[in-house]
Design a protein around this ligand. Structure first.
Ligand SMILES: Nc1ncnc2c1ncn2[C@@H]1O[C@H](COP(=O)(O)OP(=O)(O)OP(=O)(O)O)[C@@H](O)[C@H]1O
Ligand SMILES: [Mg+2]
Length: 510
């Protein structure tokens, strides 16, 4: 057993009303890159929280062994001392502290006199940054860094504490393509240094590219552990069928649509830069979406897509110029409530920060933007509210114990579905979806695309979908508008849309 750095034996975990894990057994070899895949709610994060001491000994069933020794972690610090570090998808740094202080928080280097050894900390930080190929000023508060950079600081922290096992829980969900590749390279470097990585992800291309072996979880149990490298049989299709228990023929369902009148029309839309004076984040954007049409909004990170969406719904901090019309009527939208009243809804890319109230129930979160429909003479009709929420839970296959479950306790992908449900209940005319399938498993993605098809084809909603996943844009949109540095660079029709043409517009190459 010595070659197994980590072994799970019949591991189980029960939450009130939900069995998250049931007799999970598999082992991870020392120095390998081991991927864990499974649908939303399959139990991946829960299992990782057990190894990393978040769920202490005694709160789960079965046993976990590190180097043959059963773990008895009381907390995360215990796990860290045993060489286990976890990098969460939601970053856990202290935003206002600088890079150095974040890396050494709770593990400060001391001088002989017992004060903090600034020199040594700063020197060690430089070494770590170099090791990770990260060129940032270590005295900057981490909140001023990009997400990708912040994640590297988390990794620096782990390395600094001599982690032998690093767990990555959906690490690339918020990274752009370049940052994702860099991270995968880094994980390969770690392997060369003998560090073991556990890689949890919904992005099967990445899993196939980086993992030595993978374990598939379904409904809290292990389905299969198999080698990836040198195993021609282990392809996306097979993994998906293990994950969902059925085969999915086509990743992108298609519905014939009959676009009607223009429902959203934006003219001469100019948005000042959030920080710089005399510079615009968006310049003179003209764009329209018709009823029953899915329009994609693509571009590289930083092209201004989220700024565009936020400015449309009245959530931009500086004054915007230009006109916006819904159903042919010019509207002034000063805040998100105005937008909802006019039938313009926006699903944010940042579900934890802005999309959900984590300590409220699933039901409350879902009906928040549509309470008026269930309210008669200023009283909420609880039966109607329940029925509407229940309809969404079944319609979107949301995995939860009840409507009263706290949104914060749902798995990542199911949280995203709750945010989506909230906007569907608001019966929008125009729905702006910002990265709607981020962190969502393949099966559920398919369901979301089908839902988008129904909303447009059957109900005539106009959808504007912002996405960083090119296959998704090409697979589901009727038209794709490409942004480059705050301007519209080009438009692709479904019939002539190719990745090459898209990249040409997105990178501004003429
Ligand atoms: N604190 C909690 N209280 C109650 N139920 C929970 C809690 N944490 C997780 N669960 C439930 O346990 C199950 C497994 O959740 P987990 O977060 O491990 O899934 P996951 O595989 O990581 O999914 P995703 O891909 O969506 O991140 C889900 O049904 C979830 O609702
Ligand atoms: Mg998870």
């Amino acid at each position: 057993m010595a070659e197994h750095i980590l072994e799970f034996r019949d591991v189980g975990k029960q939450f009130a009303g939900v069995r998250a894990l049931d007799k999970v057994s598999f082992s991870v070899d020392a120095g390998e890159i081991h991927a864990i895949v499974g649908e939303n709610g399959a139990g991946k994060s829960t299992l990782m929280k057990i190894v990393s001491g978040f769920y202490p000994a005694g709160t789960y069933e079965g046993s976990v062994f590190i180097n043959g020794q059963e773990i008895q972690f009381k907390d995360i610090a215990d796990a860290e001392s045993a060489g286990v570090a976890i990098i969460y998808q939601e970053l856990a740094l202290v935003p206002k502290l600088n890079v150095i202080d974040n890396i050494f928080l709770g593990h400060e280097l001391k001088t002989a006199r017992g004060s903090i050894d600034m020199m040594a900390q700063s020197k060690r930080t430089q070494e770590l940054l170099e090791l990770l190929g990260l060129d940032v000023n270590p005295f900057l508060p981490v909140q001023e860094l990009g997400v990708g950079q912040q994640q590297l600081i988390e990794i620096a922290k782990a390395i600094n504490r001599n982690a032998r096992i690093i767990i990555f829980d959906e690490p690339t969900a918020a990274l752009n393509e370049k940052e994702s590749y860099q991270l995968l390279d880094l994980i390969r470097d770690f392997k060369a240094k003998g560090i073991t990585s556990i890689y949890v992800s919904h992005k099967l291309e990445e899993v196939l590219a980086v993992a030595d072996r993978l374990t598939i979880l379904r409904d809290g149990s292990t389905v299969e552990t198999a080698p990836v490298k040198g195993n021609a049989a282990m392809n996306e299709g097979l993994i998906i069928s293990y994950m969902v228990g059925r085969t999915i023929e086509n990743r992108f369902p298609w519905a014939e649509k009959h676009p009607g009148d223009v429902v959203l029309e934006v003219r001469n839309w100019t948005v000042p830069h959030p920080v710089l004076e005399h510079k615009n984040a968006l310049e003179n954007i003209n764009l329209s979406v018709r009823k029953g049409e899915i329009v994609g909004l693509g571009g590289l990170m930083g092209a201004g897509r989220t700024e565009f969406a936020l400015s449309l719904i009245g959530l931009y901090q500086k004054p915007v110029t230009g006109t916006l019309a819904i159903d042919g009527r010019e509207e002034r939208i000063n805040n998100p409530n105005d937008a909802i009243r006019r039938g313009l809804c926006y699903l944010t890319e940042d579900r934890k920060g802005k999309g959900l109230i984590l300590f409220n129930s699933i039901k409350t979160n879902m009906t928040l933007a549509s309470l008026k429909q269930f309210t008669h003479f200023s009283r909420i009709n609880p039966m109607q509210e329940d029925a509407a929420a229940q309809g969404m839970v079944s319609g979107l296959s949301i995995k939860s114990s009840s409507l009263e479950q706290l949104a914060g306790n749902l798995s990542g992908g199911n949280q995203q579905k709750v945010v989506l449900a909230k906007w569907l209940l608001a019966q929008p005319k125009v729905l702006i979806l910002d990265e709607p399938t981020r962190g969502i498993d393949v099966g559920a993605k398919y369901e979301i695309y089908e839902l988008m098809n129904r909303l447009t084809a059957d109900q005539g909603v106009g959808i504007l979908m912002i996405s960083s996943e090119l296959p998704e844009l090409l697979g589901v949109c009727d038209r794709i508008i490409v942004m480059h540095e705050g301007e519209l660079a080009g438009e692709l029709d479904r019939k002539n849309a190719t990745p090459e043409l898209f990249m040409k517009y997105a990178t501004g190459v003429q």
